[in-house]
Write a protein that binds this ligand. Structure first.
Ligand code: ISE
Length: 357
């Protein structure tokens, strides 16, 4: 087997990828989209960004100017319809995802859509049905949802450990999801739909089952919380088998980006996210200390996960399909977040309403 050298390490190359490079349109070049353009341009093989699209034309033009052969198509649906585009990355604001993803399915081209898949469970289910209909006709899946943690080597290792049976049956999962700071417009509802949504996917990914009910507790708020918002939150997922996942979500810690996950099982436990990369010992006026750095944000903490995610998506897209979480995962996450926001508002345990698969 041949291999591909990327920033993510040495990845196996797909044996049957076509020779032609994948021509990608990136819709939305804000913080995340711009990061993805840079990634596709400099670290991912087999693809090039040919179109960028953004409501802020100036930003799009500035990004396109740095990529040879890349042009701006301001209207996102025109970018998706462009005959020179083979695949699409959607990093636009969530309220535009539904129409953009449906346009990709309509054209039959692979798409990697950042979360959320759509803004609510009902519209996400509509996307599931549209892609199911395409898959029934062609045997191919087209929509991958950007839950990048599944590609993080630590999460992959944790899942492999659980699957191996070495620590026995998982019983409880403890998660911490901390951001140093958020925009003043970030509400407690967004803590569920924008932040805890990652733990929703992690819980489903690690335990391989659905979430049945959600409860949200509001501990005493930090004085650094966005005015009027509850921060931190404690979110409890009841899995269908009775396992429990708890998530401390705290988005104004003032410290750094910390994401920890500990699985407690019948014959042992395992934890990831300790940020113990390089441990340095230094002297100083207050005495010697030993410590390591904490990533400032998710682009750094999950940089490698994004690279792996993109390389695998490009390899699959060149074969006309996807390789990662799909529409059902996006829909399930929307359904759990809908229940989570309801639980936050009511203070009550709220059951997740999930359609039949
Ligand atoms: C952001 O949208 C993300 O996806 C990050 O991973 C998360 O940590 C952050 O809280 C969200 O706002």
């Amino acid at each position: 087997m041949t291999t591909t050298e990327t920033a993510a390490g040495v990845l196996p190359a797909m044996a049957d990828v076509p020779a032609a490079e994948l021509r990608v349109a990136v819709i939305g070049v804000g913080m995340m989209g711009a990061d993805h353009v840079a990634r596709l341009h400099s670290r991912i093989s087999g693809a090039r960004v040919v179109v960028v699209s953004d409501a802020f034309t100036e930003k799009a033009e500035q990004i396109a100017a740095g990529i040879p052969g890349c042009r701006v198509v301001t209207e996102p649906l025109a970018a998706i319809a462009d005959p020179e585009v083979d695949a699409v990355v959607i990093a636009s604001p969530g309220q535009f995802h539904e129409a953009q993803v449906l346009a990709c399915i309509e054209r039959g081209i692979p798409v990697l859509c950042e979360k959320p898949l759509t803004m609510d469970a009902e519209s996400s289910l509509g996307v599931v049905r549209a892609e199911d209909e395409f898959a029934a006709r062609t045997g191919r899946r087209l929509v991958q949802v950007g839950f990048m943690r599944r590609f993080d080597p630590e999460y992959a290792q944790l899942r492999a450990l659980i699957t191996s049976g070495e620590i026995g049956e998982p019983l409880v999962v403890h998660c911490a999801h901390r951001n140093a700071a958020v925009a003043p417009t970030f509400t407690s509802e967004m803590m569920i739909s924008d932040s805890v949504v990652h733990e929703v996917d992690v819980a489903r990914f690690l335990l391989n089952e659905e979430i049945a009910a959600v409860t949200v507790l509001r501990p005493r708020a930090t004085r650094h919380a966005v005015a009027g918002q509850s921060d931190p939150l404690l979110v409890v997922f009841e899995m269908t088998s009775g396992r429990i996942v708890d998530v401390e979500c705290f988005v104004s810690t003032g410290v750094g980006y910390e994401v920890r996950t500990e699985v407690v099982a019948e014959d042992g436990s395992a934890m990831i996210g300790l940020d113990t990369g390089l441990v340095r010992a230094v002297g100083g006026p207050a005495g010697a200390t030993r410590g390591s750095e904490i990533a400032p944000d998710f682009r750094v903490r999950f940089g490698r996960a994004y690279d792996i995610e993109f390389q695998r998506w490009v390899d699959a897209a060149r074969r006309g399909t996807i390789d990662g979480p799909g529409v059902w995962d996006g829909y399930a996450a929307s359904a759990v977040c809908t229940a989570g926001v309801e639980a936050l508002r009511s203070g009550q345990r709220t059951e997740v309403r999930l359609a039949d698969r």
